[in-house]
Design a protein. Sequence first.
Length: 394
Amino acid sequence: MNDRLSTSWGDYDLTRFPADPRDQLRAWSAADAYLLRHLAGEEGAPAVDLTGTVVVVGDRWGALTTALAGHEPVQITDSFLAREATLANLARAGHTPDAARLLTTRDAPPAPGTGIDVLLIRVPKSLALLEDQLHRIAPALRADTVVIGTGMVTEIHTSTLELFERIVGPTKTSLARQKARLIFSTPDLALAAGPSPWPRTYMLPADSGAGAGLTVVNHAGIFCAEKLDIGTRFFLKHLPRARAGAHVVDLGCGNGVLGTAAFVADPDATVTFIDESFQAVASAEATFRANAAEGATAEFLAGDALAAVPPGTVDLVLNNPPFHSHQATTGATAWRMFSGARAALRPGGELWVVGNRHLGYHLKLRKLFGNARVMASDPKFVVLRAVKGERDGR
């Protein structure tokens, strides 16, 4: 869905990534628009001076970065898809890719010596990711740094404001506009927030199936970062055993426990870990290193599903697909993962999926593969197998 964003810097036709004309989800929110109006002095306060180093954290689809491209902002994102959307939206607005400096959450924060002049934060869904990023960026703040957060009212909680207070300094909020709110923090350089408490590590218990005894490393922002999510735990108890030396892909890898368990079971396997989150890919690599023998190798990719994997090169895909895109519930991500798996698999290759029973993934798999078999189920979850080149007649 293309939807025009009107700002003091221009009007922008923005798109999400990958672009899909059937997608009804907008590439910007009322929170983005509210922040841009405030920066331009349209909300009753003076316009914000945007000279110097402007840093934009958590820009969902590049709306803020694109609108502020004339000020050469630095964008920090955990999302490969958001970064690609930003590049596409910059191009649509007539900007070259170097109109903004694009960093990931795993890169060193900008301006450690001279400091950040304006810090803009799109509040993420994950409170842990916000905590981690504030800790990482705080050393680059000056007493006169302008710090403004933005989010929908449903995304800003007391705990959100407490993080700004504890790590940045005194914090207050704006009035709500179109169900969006702004956060204003004044840096207090006397605060000693210390280093980020992330990543965190734990060991899986003996009843975790193929994951029993594995050490799991979670960077901030990973789904169920404090403990293993129950869907993955169920999947580990029914994880397939690939043929010796197979090419296995842990798709939407999160902390990488599925792919790591597959490698531990067969150290001759070639394992590729893929996620659109840079934090997830870092977590998967840390989990793999914590459990594999020294010198063991695997591939770790931040990307759009299996787009970067050559067709017909994979024997087994393990997948626990997300069904949320930020706050929106959508099946588009799962469909892209399933169709990408079909292209990447060799004839006879298998896609194994775990999901909530009510999501009806078996219907999507039968449409794509011509087959879908239930390999395990409980009242909440189902594990499905689809085989490339096999028809079940249903």
